[in-house]
Design a binder for this molecule. Structure first.
Ligand SMILES: Nc1ncnc2c1ncn2[C@@H]1O[C@H](COP(=O)(O)OP(=O)(O)OP(=O)(O)O)[C@@H](O)[C@H]1O
Ligand SMILES: [Mg+2]
Length: 271
């Protein structure tokens, strides 16, 4: 079976800073997959490489068998993307924002109105579609962005921290809609989040990244079981990334040693 996302030996540097380091990872069709890791781990960079916003340096990425390097246009049509940074235009209405994306992603002219209706309905914004997006609350903005990402009926939905800054009710409402889309349309979902309970509840599998590299991969249950009895996904997170906590992220021997010590301490606690 062709993977939804096939990442092989992916590497990316900003100048001398290694943001993604030899990442190999596959996401299967229909999966909800979580990319986890502390600030600066390389999650957004990985996402921007696979959605063609950054040019590949080393390694290869295929989306449903299509090469990001050589078939960027095809890949873009397969993708819906909610970026970490806000992507809506405040001077346009909610509806105009979605229409703009529909044009951008070549939704056929005849279908556009119905599609825009459909996704606005899905995120419960029909009642507010004529208001300027600048008057929306944070939760409404996130739902509008979700509508934008869904308007081209993507096979793969990529969400970079879609619920950051939302209250618990608004978060639930975003996730409920994502889960429903996944169920109804067999969509593959790749998301990042810093809320471990969210990842635990939603993701079939998660990958834990730290300093650009893959540290752990598996279902939340597998990873929790491996971390010891009663461990939460947050414990797993700390176990694999603990060396960064309160550390100045030095890469030398000292940092490494300190890292090992911190990791071991965590491991003992977990055991
Ligand atoms: N445009 C850029 N220029 C230079 N360095 C960058 C750029 N974008 C990211 N980086 C660096 O690359 C590393 C990975 O950043 P990235 O945004 O991928 O992390 P992240 O895992 O998404 O973090 P967060 O959880 O904070 O969103 C960081 O050290 C960051 O400072
Ligand atoms: Mg990020």
């Amino acid at each position: 079976m062709t993977s939804a996302i096939d990442i092989r030996g992916l590497g990316y540097s900003f100048g001398t800073h290694r943001a993604v380091d030899d990442l190999t990872l596959a996401v299967e069709p229909g999966e909800c997959f979580g990319l986890l890791g502390p600030n600066g781990a390389g999650k957004t960079t990985t996402i921007r490489l696979l959605n063609t916003l950054l040019p590949l340096q080393t390694g290869e990425v295929e989306i449903f068998g299509r090469s990001v390097r050589t078939q960027a246009m095809v890949v873009r049509r397969l993708l819906g993307y909610v970026p970490q940074q806000l992507s809506i235009e405040g001077a346009l209405s909610g509806r105009e924002n979605v229409e703009w994306f529909a044009r951008l992603f070549d939704v056929p002219r005849r279908e556009r109105r119905a599609r825009v209706d459909e996704v606005l309905e899905m995120v419960d914004l029909r009642g507010d579609e004529s208001r300027l997006a600048s008057t929306y609350s944070g939760g409404m903005v996130r739902r509008l962005e979700l509508a934008q990402a869904l308007v081209n009926r993507p096979a793969l939905l990529v969400l970079d921290e879609p619920t950051v800054g939302l209250d618990p009710v608004a978060r639930d409402s975003v996730w409920m809609r994502v889960a429903q889309m996944q169920r109804d349309h067999g969509m593959t979902v790749l998301l990042t989040t810093h809320y471990m309970e969210e990842a635990d509840a939603l993701c079939d599998r998660v990958a834990l990244m730290h300093r650009g590299a893959l540290r752990a991969l598996g279902s939340p249950d597998e990873l929790k079981a491996a971390a010891g009895e009663g461990a939460s996904l947050e414990d797993v997170f700390r176990h694999h990334t603990g060396e960064a906590l309160g550390d100045d992220a030095g890469d030398g021997e000292k940092g490494g040693l300190r890292g090992v010590r911190a990791t071991r301490r965590t491991a003992r606690r977990l055991g």
